[in-house]
Write a protein that binds this ligand. Structure first.
Ligand code: UT7
Length: 357
């Protein structure tokens, strides 16, 4: 029997504040509930309060995954995120320490909305190589800290949240087995989803003022078409690798970017709506956290039988994409709320304040 990395624990965490479409309008964003619902399928998203970090969400989701797996620690910790607590150092070592795993190797992985799939592929390869017996893979994001609150293309779709999986070495017949991966990138599209300033190409010192280039930017319409084409193509590739027909896929979970995108991808693949799972409507686009949050939400509803053939696919900044052919895990998800740490940070409002520091 061939070996495989197997999901044995599932965790999830959302901030306490649910922000409805109407709330965004009340906050001054030039949009409407009707537009957001019809063009994206989103009704609400969650937002951290000032003082709550990506790391706080990650700790809560990680605790859930450990509890769900009946584990106390892991051989390796990977955090998939584009919104780390600080630019330096990585957030994963502090995450490991807060979980009582000081001394455990830990690193961040940045593949934007494809982060969970990329990290799952890395974790799987490390487990298969025999380097460690278990990996705690957390995907956590606080896009509310990087999205321009006045940018209606991004402010309406992105939200905060975290999901986590606990992975061990098992075999392909086990529920939760990660059977095959497809990963890809196209850096010629790196400007389509970006934070223009703050990296070595344009340090903050060079761009003050204006402060707008510090925000996350997405050329939505261009990304839209590529997301549909690439998630469909990557899904087909991974199904070919696994030798699975689309008809045999019992559950399809795609990166929760926009309901119209998800419907188009499923349509291209010929996967009926009753086999598509997720919680985009409630949580919005949570970037790397989107897939594990959808897995946890679907598992909490017992919507898919353990062992059922499952297809995950994602697309995001980089540009990056990836897909996983897996079987549905047996793990029961555990959800925890984040515990905020006091800081002096204020969240931006729309219109943004004029301070530049
Ligand atoms: O997660 C990583 C990958 N990300 C994605 O896959 C996201 C891909 N893109 C999208 O989800 C969509 O492109 C958006 C949700 C960002 C935008 O939706 P769209 O249907 O592509 O709208 P559009 O950009 O084609 O704009 C159509 C109209 C425009 O008005 P005009 O020029 O036709 O008068 C926009 O100005 O809708 C307007 N518009 C809005 N109106 C109200 C754009 N955003 C909004 C808004 N509220 N929030």
């Amino acid at each position: 029997m061939s070996a495989a990395a197997v999901i044995t624990g599932l965790g999830a965490a959302l901030p306490p504040d649910r922000i409805t479409n109407e709330q965004l309008v009340r906050e001054g964003l030039d949009t409407s509930d009707a537009w957001i619902r019809s063009r994206t399928g989103i009704r609400s998203r969650y937002r951290v309060r000032p003082g709550t970090t990506t790391g706080d969400l990650a700790v809560a989701a990680a605790r859930g995954a450990l509890e769900s797996a009946g584990a106390y620690d892991a051989g390796l910790v990977i955090l998939a995120t584009t919104t780390p607590d600080r630019r330096c150092p990585a957030t994963a070592p502090e995450l490991a320490a807060r979980l009582g795993m000081t001394g455990t190797p830990a690193f961040d992985l940045a593949a934007v909305c494809s982060g969970f799939v990329y990290a799952a592929a890395v974790a799987s390869a490390i487990l298969m190589a025999g380097a460690y017996d278990s990996v705690l893979l957390v995907a956590a994001e606080t896009y509310s800290t990087i999205v321009d609150p006045c940018d209606r293309e991004t402010a309406v779709i992105f939200g905060d949240g975290a999901g986590a999986v606990y992975l061990t070495r098992g075999n392909r017949r086990d529920p939760g087995a990660l059977v095959h991966f497809d990963l890809g990138s196209d850096g010629t599209g790196s400007d389509l989803i970006t934070i223009p300033a703050g990296g070595s190409g344009r340090p903050y010192a060079d761009v003050l003022p204006p402060r707008q280039d510090r925000y996350f930017r997405m050329r939505g319409r261009e990304v839209y078409g590529r997301a549909v084409r690439q998630m469909a193509a990557s899904s087909r590739t991974v199904l070919d690798l696994a030798g699975w027909s689309t008809d045999s896929v019992a559950a399809f979970v795609a990166h929760q970017a926009n309901q119209r995108i998800l419907d188009s991808v499923a349509d291209r693949l010929g996967i009926a709506a009753d086999r598509c799972h997720g919680n985009l409507r409630d949580v919005g686009n949570t970037a790397a956290a989107s897939l594990p949050l959808a897995l946890a939400d679907t598992a909490a509803r017992d919507a898919v039988p353990p062992g059922a053939r499952t297809l995950l696919t994602a697309f995001g900044g980089g540009l990056t994409w990836g897909s996983v052919a897996m079987t549905w895990p047996r793990a029961k998800p555990v959800r925890h709320a984040p515990e905020p740490r006091p800081t002096h940070k204020e969240t931006d409002s729309c219109p943004p304040s004029t301070t530049t520091s």
